[in-house]
Unconditional design. Structure first.
Length: 528
């Protein structure tokens, strides 16, 4: 590891960071399934206030005495409740200021003036300043804009459009240099859309948006007050909630600039963890230089977030955040490996094989692991004879199986071989075919010779890895076979029965334990 690398200290504190970076890079560039959730901390580095400061400014704009707000804070009233108090005062003030306004349009007027008051307080430190300088002064905003374009989907909890403008600037920069189809301008939305533009990054302002330029169109409403948050929490099946939860179920999200005090976000994370337990998200918690949390505090936060929300906690300074984003922006696998090599020797090369008898649940497990790079048992149309009990195969049927199987084993090996870092999982290991036989030693020898010949001709060895052995009880196997419909087929041949599958598991276990190049982990499984 290079001690001068900005992430060197973070890797020393968390040795798993290079592996997590590999997963995030794959989710972004290999799978196109990375998402970002951005909070007030991101905009704060561009002199946009955090929510507590925004509420304080709104109170000052409403001429609410500091002493009264201090008493509310002492009573530990949340920011949303304080905003609700200020909104009600704003309503009363507007009623006095516009007594002749018809009731039909009063609600619209109150809402519009309330949004303008928020917008003024939001941008008061940067109003009139050159946005290009704002981007340059922000440590990682340009890098973040690039990552938003690569991920193509970001959820933003802020009202400001700082990130949006940075993304637009990035798209403009690369448009003329693009050798392929250029990126479209980002699609900035504040309510779910059934269809978005092709090749356009989607930026979803879940709480609404108030652009810095007052003439630009913003959302009709913003979610700041207590009642607005309550409406979201009381409507978990609303269109907005369904849209976000579905994204959290299929994407891996990187959370940045958030404190996790938002109950709606915590509900989404919890729902996502239940819907897709194998999919973990990542949250960056800001560390101040010279004031890092101690190891015990980090572990307490990490364990709680992992257990409750399927959330991996990363503790990084601002400079470390930029370094992490820059690594994730690596355009190719070799570029990523070069960056990763500065943090850890070699590449992160994780290979896993799911092994077990037929009906042990391998395909179901693989289905739940699609947040990683996964490969099915075999590609193409599988011959019908492969679904038949192998002990009943005729010589002709065995030839059909062999002609299909051996080339697929080479393809499987080719899928697991990658020159770049990655985490890859496949159904079945290469030596499983020896458990599918009549028990004849001559047949075993024939298969071994054929397998060796095929790999020698290909010129590459079988890829080693970690084997997960799935085991199922006899009753679970019987139930699965019954669901699938275990019936006699042509010439009175059975597919498989539970007794044959238990014997198959025994043979697979022997083969796995004799294969010294593979580490084996056992996993009891209810059959799928």
């Amino acid at each position: 590891m290079s001690p001068s690398h900005p992430l060197a200290s973070a890797v020393q504190q968390e040795p798993n960071l290079p592996t997590w970076l590999t997963h995030l890079w794959q989710r972004c560039h290999d799978h196109e399934r990375l998402g970002l959730v951005l909070g007030a901390g991101v905009s704060n580095d561009a002199n946009i206030p955090m929510w507590e400061e925004l509420v304080r400014r709104l109170a000052k704009a409403a001429n609410v005495p500091d002493e009264r707000m201090a008493l509310h804070k002492e009573a530990r009233l949340p920011e949303t409740f304080l905003a609700e108090i200020l909104f009600r005062k704003h309503c009363a003030d507007q009623e006095l200021a516009t007594p002749k306004l018809s009731s039909k349009y009063r609600a619209y007027h109150v809402n519009a003036t309330w949004k303008e008051k928020i917008r003024t307080c939001l941008y008061q430190d940067i109003d009139g300043k050159d946005f290009a300088k704002t981007i340059e002064n922000h440590v990682y905003l340009k890098s973040l804009a690039k990552l938003v374009c690569a991920a193509r989907f970001a959820v933003i909890f802020n009202f400001d459009d700082i990130v949006d403008q940075a993304v637009v600037s990035h798209v403009d920069e690369i448009r003329t240099a693009a050798s392929s189809a250029p990126l479209a301008n980002p699609e900035i939305i504040y309510h779910p859309k059934t269809e978005t533009r092709k090749n356009a990054p989607v930026i979803y302002h879940i709480n609404g948006i108030l652009p810095m330029d007052a003439l630009r169109r913003g959302s009709e409403n913003v979610v700041l007050t207590e009642d607005a948050f309550a409406d979201v929490l009381l409507s978990p099946n609303s269109r907005d909630a369904e849209f976000v939860i579905s994204q959290f179920s299929i994407r891996t999200f990187l959370l940045l600039g958030l404190s996790l005090n938002d109950n709606s976000l915590k509900n989404i994370l919890r729902s996502s963890a239940k819907l897709n337990p194998a999919n973990f998200h990542f949250a960056i918690f800001h560390e101040k230089e010279g004031e890092r949390r101690d190891a015990e505090r980090r572990k307490e936060i990490f364990d709680a977030n992992e257990s409750v929300y399927n959330l991996i906690s990363l503790f990084l300074t601002t400079d470390e955040v930029k370094a992490l984003i820059d690594i994730l922006n690596s355009p190719t696998g070799s570029d990523f490996d070069n960056s990763l090599h500065q943090l850890t020797p070699g590449k992160i090369d994780r290979k896993y094989y799911l092994v077990g008898s037929i009906a042990a649940g391998k395909s179901s497990v693989l289905d739940h692991l699609r947040c990683f790079t996964t490969f099915e048992e075999f590609g193409g149309r599988v011959p019908a004879a492969m679904y038949q009990n192998d002990r009943t195969l005729t010589g002709e049927e065995q030839t059909v199986v062999d002609d299909f199987l051996f080339p697929r084993l080479i393809q499987k090996n080719n899928s697991m071989i990658r020159t770049n870092s990655g985490i890859r999982i496949t159904d079945r290991a290469y030596l499983d075919l020896f458990a599918f036989s009549k028990g004849d030693p001559f047949e075993i020898e024939r298969k071994a010779i054929e397998l060796e010949k095929r790999f020698d001709a290909w010129g590459k060895p079988m890829e080693g890895g970690h084997m997960f052995f799935l085991r199922a009880s006899r009753e679970a196997l019987k139930e699965t076979l019954a669901r699938r419909g275990t019936i006699k087929v042509g010439s009175g041949k059975y597919r498989f029965d539970a007794k044959a599958l238990i014997q198959q598991e025994t043979e697979l276990l022997k083969i796995s334990l004799l294969s010294g190049s593979l580490r084996v982990t056992f996993q009891n499984s209810a059959a799928a």
